[in-house]
Ligand binder design. Structure first.
Ligand code: UT7
Length: 339
């Protein structure tokens, strides 16, 4: 057993516990072959450079709040908790139905909630890791008992479908996790085992905006705009920044990569997640990969991957999960949680 690193920032309390999980993917599937009929691209190029084979695309009348609500309903059902018991809904999204109200408020209404509160977190692809961190912090200090954290994005609405360098990379979807606050008894670490949400490390650097941004915005030009990206530069930053955030998170938790049961990375590019796993010396059997069928679903990518790995029996109660993400802004972060 390797000696655990001692950290000045070490966390000793147990965080919010997972009670349920859910996911939603739109019906329509767009394959690489479909894209190759309209664009100068090929299944071979997309597969080789990214690991993506197909993606789901929302129907014209399907909104981010619709997908978020479907994932939320499934998470509530799996936990056998009714929407009437929820205190808070946090939705990580960059593609809200409208400028306001928040998607979270729409989800509340669609779930039939007459109590509690909801708000959105906007950190692009890192949104779900940010939202889990916010939810956990609020549950540790507040009186909220049940919080629903959703990642949902309809990036197909902000793509330039003539730009082969970006439009082949993204898809739509939603994923959700239901959290409960730990009881006072559970809060203290027992026998050196940390439970629930354990530690996270969040970062952003607005100076890197030119690498990944939309060319529109409400106060910029009254439009949503489309995604602009310097792919190669984003790739370079992703591997370095994500690895750094993971190391900081492990240090806070006083854990090492050997403790991790499952690495559930943001599904942006198979080459990025393999490069990060290599740096951590994590074997490929421990990586949850959904990119082939989902592509990059932004804030939905991590919860969709978690859902798939729990549903097919890979992730079991008590497993230690390492989550990470990086997105426009640039934003990035990592989080450790025990399932
Ligand atoms: O959540 C975070 C979001 N984004 C990311 O994480 C993206 C990070 N970056 C990447 O994943 C990769 O940089 C890409 C997959 C976007 C691109 O792969 P790359 O190996 O970095 O390729 P590149 O951009 O350097 O382009 C290589 C060539 C170029 O042609 P020339 O200039 O060499 O003739 C591109 O024009 O590939 C061309 N190309 C394509 N060819 C066929 C770019 N997109 C395509 C395409 N099909 N879809």
């Amino acid at each position: 057993m390797t000696e655990k690193k001692k950290s000045r920032n070490a966390v000793s309390h147990n965080g919010a516990r997972v009670l349920g999980h859910g996911a939603y993917l739109p019906k329509k599937i767009l394959t690489n072959a479909d894209l190759a009929k309209k664009l100068d691209t090929s299944d071979e190029w997309i597969m080789q450079r990214t690991g993506i084979k197909s993606r789901h695309i929302a129907a014209d009348n399907e909104r981010t709040s619709d997908m978020a609500t479907r994932a939320a309903e499934e998470a509530l059902a799996s936990a056998k908790i009714s929407a009437k018991e929820l205190d808070c809904v946090i939705v990580a999204t960059t593609t809200p139905d409208r400028t306001f109200p928040s998607v979270a408020a729409q989800v509340q209404a669609k779930l039939g909630m007459e109590q509690g509160y909801g708000f959105d977190v906007q950190a692009v692809c890192s949104g779900f890791v940010y939202a889990l961190t916010v939810a956990d912090a609020m549950m540790r200090v507040g009186s909220d008992r049940f919080t629903l954290v959703v990642g949902a994005d309809t990036l197909s609405r902000i793509l330039d479908w003539e730009d082969r360098a970006t439009c082949v990379l993204f898809g739509d979807g939603a994923g959700a996790i239901l959290l409960r606050a730990p009881s006072e008894k559970e809060e203290e670490e027992k026998d050196g085992v940390k439970n629930g949400i354990i530690a996270s490390s969040l970062h952003s650097d607005g100076r890197l905006m030119p690498l990944l941004y939309t060319d529109g915005g409400v106060s910029f030009n009254k439009s949503a705009g489309v995604i602009k990206m310097q792919g190669r530069e984003v790739f370079r930053h992703a591997v370095v920044n994500i690895s750094d955030a993971i190391n900081k998170t492990l240090e806070k938790a006083e854990m090492t990569a050997e403790d991790i049961d499952w690495f559930v990375p943001h599904q942006a590019n198979a080459r990025i997640l393999n490069a990060v796993a290599d740096r951590l010396r994590l074997p490929s059997e421990k990586i949850v990969v959904t990119i082939e069928k989902h592509a990059n679903t932004s804030a939905a990518s991590v919860p969709l991957a978690i859902h798939e790995a729990v549903a097919d029996g890979r992730v079991k109660k008590g497993d230690l999960l390492l989550l990470e993400a990086m997105g426009g802004g640039l934003t990035w972060g990592a989080l450790l949680m025990r399932w």
